[in-house]
Ligand binder design. Structure first.
Ligand code: WT7
Length: 646
């Protein structure tokens, strides 16, 4: 089989700061002298109150396990994203905000305006009692105030925890309680695809289950009539007393910057903690390198700030680099499938960075909505979140990008802070479906199930052999879980949870998660999380959840549910359980298939055999493999006979 290879286009070879030889040189330098390499990057990319004299201080071994970078440096992340740009580009646009409703006017916020907004927001928070080290939960729609709130926390040295606006009251309450936030920043309502999202109402419901919560700061976004109680404060009223200036807090490099909750293979989401200097450097470095960012380029990362992609590539990376970043309130395909390209034309977007699931959804609508737009401003296209199928890759490249824009497929995770394996547009020939090669400073390793390192062309489990500045530092409140989750499967290495193939050219091809995590529309969901939600229902005795192939979402959710003896399967119960899980977790957790199962396949020791459940969900009922270790092999026949099609 011959693989298609797309060489670096001529214009990119000429424009890009990093060409093939320079990539090779940087990579070698980063491996030969990591500390020198990172100290140089840290000094050139960030403004310091006190420059660091040391770079990495880390060990992945149990005995002296630690991850620290630039430990004696002092800085402020908001200063780096805002203040330091004032002199040279104070009047240039920092944020372009595109509203959900296409007939409304966009907003353009200059660096100078951003500075004033962030200072005022920080002063409001400070007056409400927020101090260095406090946790602030941000549950916001995609409006500029969300960006102000995030940067205001960074300015004060408070730790933000952004919770995606699509999460349920229960999910929000769990995240507020886990990190002990006393304050939530929210809006009356959000808007997405013409729909209203009752954020304040959801916070009120969450508050009942989150006793740590004392204050709710409400931004007026839609003007909806929302009840305001004793703990609630309107942002616009608090603003009346807020000063325009706020001194950025002096932070240690290793002071926490934010917590972001993400699903793992056990029930409870983990609070991934990132610290100030290492994370900010990683966001800035990868944004500059992967997208070859140049002043004047309009950069659009079409994610939500509730995910790490939004943190690193709507806010911290582009703003640290003085870029113009586009923040879009709505959905790529609303009011119609042309919208994403109309936004590109309206704001003359240079780089578009989105997820394969969005591309697959758009592709389904045919080429017309794309061809109805110009897209002449586009020079670079990026993807993130899941493996991109070559068909979607080619459509993105040929139809959306008219064959002229390289596709930067970035592999990374919430835990890594930013891109790790990705092509550089001026240096790397592309192969559709491969995230290509590691960035300088990243040392991927493939290991077999015994932890033996595999050389050359191979398939195995993807680990990272050495720390990098953007690495997460701990799981909030559970350092032991951090170590256990990532460093015990293959001792001495960070284990990503992904399977991966390396081809003869040293290109990496991510094959997907090898743990009990599924990737639904580029969002991570733990199967255990969905199972816990299901068994909370009074009529459910037991549940097992696995991923199944889905042509738009990448993976869909397949649930096997065993009911209590006094309950029986029905259409109503089916609908009720779907609604139940959505209410417990959020609409991301919409079951794509639900099969009522009289029993689940278990080993004699009572362990559910997920391998079999996965095969049935995939429709691969011919290859179930060895079922002889099951306590009752007949269970499988019933499951196969009653398999549900999504
Ligand atoms: C998991 C991380 C990265 C930010 C958004 C998701 C999968 C991510 C790719 C890619 C193949 C990818 C992996 C990874 N993934 N990007 N380009 N190619 N797989 O962050 O929620 O932390 O999920 O997403 O399985 O482990 P996340």
């Amino acid at each position: 089989m011959t693989e298609a290879v797309y060489p670096v286009p001529q214009d990119w070879a000429e424009r890009a700061r990093v060409d093939r030889a320079e990539y090779e040189r940087l990579y070698r330098e980063s491996v030969d002298d990591p500390d020198g390499f990172w100290l140089a990057r840290a000094r050139e990319r960030l403004d310091w109150i006190a420059e660091p004299t040391t770079a990495g201080d880390w060990s992945f071994d149990e005995a002296d396990f630690r991850v620290r970078w630039f430990a004696d440096g002092k800085l402020n992340a908001a200063y780096n994203c805002v203040d330091r740009h004032l002199k040279e580009r104070g009047h240039e646009t920092a944020i372009i905000w595109e509203p959900d409703e296409p007939s409304e006017e966009p907003r353009r916020i200059s660096y100078r305006e951003l500075h004033a907004e962030v200072c005022r927001f920080a002063n409001v928070l400070a007056r409400l009692g927020v101090a260095k080290g406090d946790r602030v939960t941000i549950y916001m729609p995609m409006i500029p105030e969300a960006a102000f709130a995030v940067l205001a926390c960074a300015r004060l040295g408070a730790i933000h925890s952004v919770v995606f606006g699509g999460f349920s009251a229960d999910a929000l309450a769990g995240r507020i309680e886990d990190c002990g936030s006393k304050i939530v920043v929210t809006a009356d309502e959000g808007r997405r695809g013409g729909k209203r999202i009752p954020l304040k109402r959801t916070v009120d419901q969450a508050a009942e289950k989150a006793p740590s919560l004392q204050t709710v700061l409400v931004v007026q976004a839609t003007g909806a009539d929302v009840p305001m109680g004793p703990r609630d404060r309107w942002y616009h009223q608090e603003l009346l007393q807020a000063d325009d200036d706020c001194v950025p807090a002096e932070m240690d490099a290793e002071d926490p910057l934010f917590i972001l909750y993400t699903s793992g293979s056990t029930g409870k989401p983990k609070g991934v903690l990132h610290t100030t200097a290492g994370y900010l450097l990683w966001a800035s470095y990868t944004h500059a390198l992967c997208f070859d960012y140049r002043p004047g380029d309009v950069f659009w990362c079409a994610a939500d700030i509730g995910w790490v992609t939004g943190h690193s590539y709507i806010l911290y990376g582009p703003l640290a680099n003085g870029a113009t970043t586009l923040m879009y309130e709505g959905l790529p395909n609303w009011p119609d499938a042309s919208r994403i390209w109309q936004v590109v034309d309206r704001h003359q977007v240079h780089t578009l960075f989105t997820a394969p699931t969005a591309l697959r959804a758009l592709m389904k609508e045919g080429d017309e909505p794309v061809l109805a737009t110009s897209r002449k401003s586009l020079r670079l296209l990026g993807t993130v979140g899941e493996p991109i199928n070559p068909e979607a890759w080619r459509w993105y490249h040929e139809v959306a990008g008219e064959g002229r824009c390289p596709i930067v497929d970035t592999w990374w995770q919430t835990e890594t802070g930013g891109a790790m394996i990705a092509p550089l547009p001026g240096a790397t020939d592309l192969k559709p479906g491969s995230a290509t090669k590691p960035l300088p400073g990243v040392r991927p390793v493939l290991v077999d199930e015994h932890g033996r390192e595999l050389e050359g062309e191979a398939s195995g489990n993807l680990c990272i052999a050495a720390s990098w500045p953007g690495q997460m530092r701990t799981v909030w409140g559970d350092h032991e879980r951090f170590f256990q989750t990532y460093f015990t499967t293959y001792p001495g290495m960070y284990f990503t949870g992904d399977g991966c193939r390396r081809d003869a050219d040293g290109y990496y091809w991510i094959t997907g998660r090898v743990d009990d995590v599924i990737n639904v529309s580029g969002h991570r969901l733990g199967t255990a999380e969905v199972e816990s939600a299901l068994v909370l229902h009074a009529q459910v005795a037991e549940a097992a959840v696995v991923g199944m192939p889905h042509d738009v979402k990448g993976q869909g959710i397949y649930a096997y549910v065993t009911l209590n003896a006094d309950a029986s399967p029905s259409e109503e119960l089916h609908g009720e359980l779907r609604a139940w899980v959505r209410r417990e977790i959020g609409p991301i957790a919409t079951l794509d298939a639900l099969q009522f199962a009289p029993a689940l396949p278990k080993t004699r020791s009572g362990k559910i055999m997920r391998r079999i459940l996965r095969k049935i969900a995939e429709g691969d009922t011919g290859g179930l493999g060895d079922t002889s270790t099951l306590a009752d092999p007949a269970v499988v026949d019933d499951l196969v006979a009653n398999r549900v099609r999504a």
